[in-house]
Design a protein around this ligand. Structure first.
Ligand code: ADP
Ligand code: ZN
Ligand code: ZN
Length: 803
């Protein structure tokens, strides 16, 4: 008897353990660890993951597995055990850990289909071949009416069929007629030789297919060989070629041509950092490198040449970049070097496209994946290196369950694979730099820009001073002068507006009333276009008042600056300037982001105006001016990392200027010019910033001196929240060590979201071996209330957002 240990898809405390199921005899050969199965669970049928197989079970009467969902495991051994680690380190259910590792197409209700692989017909068993006839695919259930699961599985192993999961189509999928050879190559050539000379077109076709056995779009074939459909028809009738309506996947990068690039001769600095990386790769040693290099210092070339070494050993590479840096420019650099071996995973892809890219990885068709956070779970089996570019970025932390940090996952996988990690940044997170200082990570530096191009000169403008001299506009004199200068010289400018934590809100000038969301405790954002106010947490919308609801004054108006407002202002003061605006509104449509950047690169605009999303990755030679409209807006967020984030952002933005031959200039406009993060960012002095900030962190017992864990409690009733928070804080106080600092409970900086009050408790600790156990017991204690009366307790180990 074989027993499968199954984690069922019922995310609850009681079900967060493996259940034993009997594998029915006919499935004994089929079921493997890492597959998803359908099992009876109480009165229901649920999905589950097979964790392992056992010979026996300590339970007497076992229920049977109903059927497998997959014919090959979707999770390999390493990922199965990684899920263990993930569920412990982030306190999530095992099932959530599994789900987090898979592409969305494998998570929900998708139709399963059995597809045949073109060109493998000869190897297919007859019974299976009979399923298809002229069809490319059959629905899973249909297939199983005629053949057994194990028969299908055999074919999967031979590579003649595959199982695919498709989103039940809302729209009709695009199908296009393809032509492919039905017979072996020799038969094609034999027939070609037997044809008489006049059948020139048919001969050409046969020659073509003897060289290209894969299916090709009929349209393409017609233009390629300059023939008519008649020639094809003839051969189809003779049974030499087949026609098929094949679904075309839209690979977003397929249509573009990638200019092939080759390894550049390294500079001395680069050679120095590449050497130890190559050494570690050669020895298959797990080592974490912190590659600290200013913007434009050639880090990407270091990544590329490290990967080259890994590929030469037959191993694989994962490259993580922040979502917003996944620009075509970045992708091109990897595709240009490694071509077809690269898969790309980012949120702009449709569910189907993501699944296609994931499948390429799973089938070993690619060796490199470039992607955002979740690409860290790419199912490679022979990892040789993991690279995390811009390692300090917040996007590497997932802000929902499981609350993992991609860097920690990378290190965990690196240990298992004996593979090195490169963390790259011009402004490393304090945590990483401190680890490098202590020798936990190996520090590698690239202190100079390529071609010794000097860093741009930064000027700080005190906006209070501007106001005093009567300039009420959002542009200082200096910025305006330089903007005009660039327009004359036909050089390009980037204008950066920091939107995070800073939006246009509506305030009464007479009584100070601010329009807030009735559900959440934050001010509503003014959207000029619809003349509406919106809550960015819960989506609440309302019209903009014309008089103050408090004092009836008519002097109620919006404050703060959005990108739209800047754009309008620009149109007034520099009507001749051509402006491209990039923000969530102008880039929400798929592909819009790329198009706008392309336009800017092609010189179709003088000014690129945007939010965070333009801070990174841009590398255009004609940008010689960068203006930051308000450098200090992020400084005032209730977050101990606000200085660090400000420093990082300003340094990043400045790095966009003068990356090539032309010297760059940067202007920071600010109301707090004396703040060290602004001053030191203007000098691009990371080392001094690090020292200053570390002192402050030490004083206030923050990371990297201490670890943090935050518990947030929320519920519709304030009294309930207060009561539970106090109780939890008490438990934590009693059970953790006396050296550990416990703050709270206090109302969260955002005290209400979606009508739920929020309280938090912050735990600061150096060493706390009992932490996981204590936190688990808290969750257990409140389990019934969590599932029945809307109480929410979220636990964030090493939080990035403290609101
Ligand atoms: P970073 O990733 O540190 O911002 P990049 O890798 O983008 O820096 O390098 C900046 C510029 O220098 C790019 O245009 C890149 O092609 C070029 N570059 C990098 N390494 C070399 C090299 N060894 N020789 C010549 N040019 C290089
Ligand atoms: Zn008022
Ligand atoms: Zn709201």
């Amino acid at each position: 008897m074989t027993v499968a240990k199954v984690i069922v898809d019922v995310p609850a405390k009681q079900t967060d353990r493996p259940f034993d199921y009997l594998i029915p005899e006919e499935l004994e050969e089929v079921i493997q660890p890492g597959m998803r199965v359908i099992v009876p669970f109480g009165p229901r049928k649920v999905q589950g993951f097979v964790e392992s197989l056992e010979e026996t079970s300590s339970f007497k009467s076992l229920k049977k597995i109903i059927e497998p969902m997959d014919l090959v495991p979707v999770l390999n051994k390493e990922l199965l055990s990684l899920a263990d680690w993930l569920s412990h380190s982030t306190l999530c259910y095992k099932i959530s850990a599994f789900q987090a590792m898979l592409p969305p197409a494998l998570k929900a209700k998708y139709e399963r289909k059995v597809k045949r692989v073109m060109g493998k017909e000869q190897d297919m068993a007859e019974g299976v071949a009979a399923l298809f006839r002229n069809m490319e695919e059959v629905v899973w259930e249909e297939a199983l009416k005629n053949v057994s699961l194990s028969a299908l599985q055999k074919e999967v192993k031979k590579g003649t069929i595959e199982v695919s999961y498709e989103v039940q189509s809302r729209g009709q999928k695009k199908k296009v007629k393809h032509i492919y050879p039905l017979v072996k190559r020799e038969d094609l050539t034999d027939y070609e030789e037997s044809l008489n000379k006049n059948a020139k077109k048919q001969k050409e076709l046969l020659v073509f297919f003897s060289e290209h056995p894969e299916p090709i779009e009929q349209k393409q074939l017609l233009t390629k060989l300059k023939i008519s459909t008649a020639a094809i028809k003839g051969l189809v009738e003779k049974g030499l070629l087949g026609e098929i309506d094949k679904e075309v996947y839209r690979d977003p990068y397929q249509e573009r041509e990638f200019e092939r690039t080759y390894a550049l001769p390294l500079t001395d600095d680069q050679a120095k950092v590449v050497a130890p990386i190559h050494q570690a790769v050669k020895e298959e040693r797990h080592e974490v490198f912190l590659l600290y290099g200013v913007t434009g210092s050639g880090k990407t070339e270091v990544y590329l040449q490290s990967i080259e070494k890994v590929l030469a050993k037959g191993e694989e590479a994962i490259v993580l970049v922040p979502e917003i840096a996944l620009t075509p420019q970045m992708v091109n650099r990897f595709k240009g070097r490694f071509g077809e071996l690269v898969a790309v995973l980012h949120s702009g892809l449709s569910v189907g496209e993501k699944y296609d890219e994931w499948r390429k990885i799973q089938r070993n068709e690619v060796k490199v994946v470039v992607g955002a956070r979740s690409a860290i779970f790419a199912p490679f089996t022979n990892l040789g290196i993991i690279i995390i570019d811009e390692e300090h970025e917040m996007t590497y932390k997932q802000e929902e369950n499981p609350r993992y940090h991609a860097k920690e996952v990378a290190i965990e996988r690196g240990k298992k694979h004996g593979c090195s990690i490169i963390l790259g940044s011009a402004t490393p997170s304090l945590e990483s730099f401190a680890r490098a200082q202590k020798g936990v990570y190996t520090l590698l530096s690239l202190p100079n820009r390529m071609n010794n191009q000097s860093l741009p000169n930064v000027e700080i403008i005190d906006m209070r001073e501007e106001l005093r001299t009567g300039n009420r506009s959002m542009f200082s004199e200096a910025l305006l002068d330089k903007l005009k200068d660039r327009l004359e010289k036909k050089e390009q400018t980037v204008l950066f507006l920091n939107k995070r934590g800073h939006s246009s809100f509506v305030m009464c000038r007479d009584c100070g009333y601010v329009v807030k969301c009735p559900n959440c405790d934050i001010s509503l954002t003014y959207h000029r276009f619809q003349n509406q106010m919106k809550c960015h947490y819960c989506g609440y919308e309302t019209y903009t008042p014309t008089t103050c609801p408090e004092c009836s004054s008519e002097h109620i108006r919006y404050f703060g600056t959005g990108t739209q407002k800047v754009e309008e202002e620009l149109a007034k003061i520099l009507p001749e300037a051509r402006v491209i605006r990039m923000d969530v509104d102008t880039t929400s449509r798929k592909g819009a982001h790329e198009k706008l950047l392309q336009k800017f690169q092609d010189g179709e605009a003088d000014i690129l105006l945007g939010t965070q999303m333009i801070a990174k990755g841009l590398d255009f030679p004609r940008i010689t001016l960068v203006g930051v409209l308000s450098a200090d807006t992020m400084l005032h967020l209730p977050d101990f990392r606000s200085s660090e984030k400000t420093f990082q952002l300003l340094t990043q933005v400045s790095g966009r200027a003068g990356r090539h031959k032309l010297q760059g200039e940067v202007i920071f406009q600010t109301y707090t010019p004396e703040h060290y993060s602004i001053e030191l960012a203007s000098e691009q002095d990371y080392d001094r910033f690090y020292e200053t900030e570390m002192m402050i962190r030490r004083q206030h017992a923050y990371p990297p001196y201490y670890f943090l864990t935050m518990i947030t409690i929320s519920h519709e009733e304030l009294m309930k929240v207060v009561g539970v928070s106090e109780k939890i804080t008490q438990i934590v106080r009693n059970r953790l060590s006396p050296q550990t600092v416990i703050l709270g409970p206090v109302a969260s900086p955002i005290a209400r979201i979606k009508n739920k009050y929020r309280y938090q408790c912050l735990i600061k600790y150096k060493q706390e071996p009992n932490l996981e156990e204590v936190l688990k017991s808290i969750l257990d204690h409140y389990q019934t209330e969590i599932s029945s009366n809307g109480l929410q307790i979220s636990i964030d180990v090493n939080p990035f957002i403290l609101m």
